[in-house]
Ligand binder design. Sequence first.
Ligand SMILES: [Zn+2]
Length: 104
Amino acid sequence: MSDSRCKCPMAISMTGDGCRYCQPQEHIDRTSEWLNEGREEIDRLQAENEALKAGVSGLVEALEAIQKASTIKGIHTGAKAGLALGRIEAICYIALQAHRKGGE
Ligand SMILES: [Zn+2]
């Protein structure tokens, strides 16, 4: 069981927490555990990313609706409504920019 490449203190190799030389099976088990955890993390992040993308496209849709509404309302009900919607539009734009910066 002893390997010259092992630098573990006796107490550590005895408890099964050693390196890949004194505890090869333990090392493989732990490594595959880490790999599985890594894969789960990737899956989770991908799902999160999809959700974010859906959220952003929802925001873009809302923004487009607001843009349309602001044009129509600006014409039909006067400049005041258009101005308010324009402010909302600007806030949405800034939020989107911030989101894109943060996400990439
Ligand atoms: Zn060792």
